[in-house]
Structures are given as C-alpha cells and as structure tokens.
Design a protein around this ligand. Structure first.
Ligand code: CAA
Length: 262
C-alpha cells in the first residue's frame, strides 16, 4: 500500500478509511495533505471496487481545523489561487466519485475542515464537534468552496452568520440545520459509522453509485431534467443483473448477493 506522510490509509473489503494525521496542528490542511488526498483518489489499486470512503482526523480533538495557517502566511496571490484550486478540485473529485464518502467528525471542523466535510456525501458528527468558517477573522475568505456550498446546505442567512458573524455550530445544531445527517456521542460515533457502512455495502453497488450520481446532480439542474435522467437510469437497472438478483432475493425470502462489478 502506498505510504503517505500526512495520511493514514486503510482498506478492508470495499471500505477505505483515510485519516488526516497531523494531530499536533489539529490536522490542518497543508498543500501536502491535499496533494496526498488527491494521490489517494489517483491510486486505482486502492480505489478499485471501493464502496465507501470514510474521512476522519487523527485524535479526538479535531477533524480538521482548517487550511494550514502557518503555511498560508507566505503565499503570493498566484500561489493562493493554485492552493484554492487544489482544494476545490479535491472536493469536486470526492463529489464525483462512484463510492459514498462519509466525513466522521469529532472536534473541530473549521474553515477548510468544514469545507472538506461538506464535500462528503454524508457527515456524521459527535455532539461536541464544532463547525465554522472563521476565515474572515484571518483576513481571508474560504477558499475550498465554503462561500458556495454552505448556503446551499443551510440557507443564505445562516450561512452568512457562520461565514461573516463567527457563528459556530455544534454537532446537534449542525444536524438540526442540515449540515450533518446524524449526531452521536463521542463513544458511539465509530459504531454508528460502521453500521451505516455495513448497510451501504449490503446494497447493490451499481444502484448505490447511480443513486449518488443522480441525487448529487439534483443540486445542479432543473427538476424535469433530473427526473428524465432518473427514469432513464431506472430503466437501465432492468438491463443489468443487480435488479434481477435483488428482486428475486426478496421474493425468495433470502439475502441478495450482489457482485461488485457488472
Ligand atoms: N493551521 C495551522 N496550525 C493550526 C491550525 C491551522 N488551521 N489550527 C490550529 N493549529 C495549531 C496551533 O497553531 C497550535 O500549534 P502550537 O501548539 O504549535 O501552538 C496547535 O494547532 C493547537 O492549537 P491551539 O493551541 O490553538 O488549540 P486550542 O484548543 O486552543 O484552539 C482552535 C483550537 C480554536 C481550533 C484554534 O486552534 C484555531 O482557532 N485554529 C484556527 C482555525 C481557523 O481559523 N481555521 C480556518 C483556517 S483558514 C482556511 O481554512 C482557508 C480555507 O478555507 C482554504
């Protein structure tokens, strides 16, 4: 398995766990971290037949406390644009990936950390997690998608309170406001994520990937276009083996056995 300096990676069956491993700086996102996350996605032997990727931060204190402030101090405008594009393209790649991405958040998810969580398909957080976008306090604006994705998730007034007014959201508030799908105690976080992963892996791989693609595209396109794409994809289900197996298994009262690739 490829070695990374800032990440720990693990692959078990169809599930990968990628842990940002810079606990001394609360897992801040340096350029190297983001490049290594890109390399994880580039590594086809690691991502082949992947069903779920869990993204986490090392230690209990922080998911990711933002982009690396020390490294950003010396950036020129040109380098800053490159850095923002590197982070943004990572988000777009995570969103476009055929596997489900889960952000497992405990502790701080600030700035680039909140943005990384928002790039994942599902965000599960501990109650004491803290989400925020404090970039304006540093004389910056978010650079990895925060000005665009937060309002889409929580609506404009609250997004602007978070982005410009320093509002931080704990796990429970983040769930009530739609940023997080489930909140747990710190002790229950792993078990909840593992159970979710188990359910995703039990379902038909192609159907899950296609559902993600269509649900994500619903954010970007008019409803009638999305419905047309859904009908066409629904039809395609009946040309493959997954629907035959899933429907037959139900009727025969047995568990379905799906293969990872058709
Ligand atoms: N970058 C680099 N180092 C960071 C960091 C970051 N984003 N966040 C924390 N650290 C470092 C601290 O400098 C400190 O290092 P030292 O021990 O060497 O001093 C270490 O992590 C521990 O942090 P604190 O001592 O500050 O811990 P705390 O518990 O007192 O406070 C905190 C925690 C509230 C998260 C505080 O560290 C903090 O405010 N961090 C910065 C959060 C932030 O502003 N994030 C946005 C960054 S900009 C961005 O992300 C831009 C973008 O969108 C691309």
């Amino acid at each position: 398995m490829t070695h990374y300096e800032t990440l720990l990676t693990q692959r078990e069956g169809g599930v990968a766990t990628v842990t940002i491993n810079r606990p001394k700086v609360l897992n801040a996102l340096s350029q190297q971290v983001i490049e290594e996350l890109h390399r994880v996605l580039d590594d086809q032997s690691f991502t082949r037949d992947l069903r779920v990727m869990i993204l986490a931060g090392a230690g209990e204190k922080s998911f990711v406390a933002g982009a690396d402030i020390a490294a950003m101090r010396g950036l020129t405008p040109h380098e800053a644009a490159e850095f923002a594009r590197l982070g943004q393209s990572l988000s777009l790649r995570l969103e476009a990936s055929p596997f489900i991405t889960i952000a497992k958040v405990q502790g701080f998810a600030l700035g680039g950390g909140c943005e990384l969580a928002m790039s994942c398909d599902i965000v599960i957080a501990a109650e004491k997690a803290l989400f925020g976008q404090p970039e304006v306090d540093l004389g910056l604006i978010p650079g990895f998608g925060g000005t665009q994705r937060l309002a889409r998730r929580v609506g404009l007034p609250l997004a602007l309170e978070v982005l410009c007014g320093g509002r931080k959201l704990n796990g429970r508030e983040a769930q009530q406001l739609g940023l997080v799908s489930q909140v747990t105690t710190a002790e229950d976080l792993d078990a909840y994520v593992q159970n979710l992963v188990k359910n995703i892996c039990k379902a038909a791989p192609r159907a899950v990937a296609e559902t993600k693609r269509l649900a994500r595209s619903s954010m970007e396109q008019p409803l009638v276009h999305g419905l047309a794409a859904e009908a066409s994809s629904f039809a395609t289900c009946f040309a493959g083996s997954e629907a035959l197996e899933g429907l037959s298994a139900f009727l025969e009262k047995r568990p379905a056995r799906f293969t990872t690739s058709e």
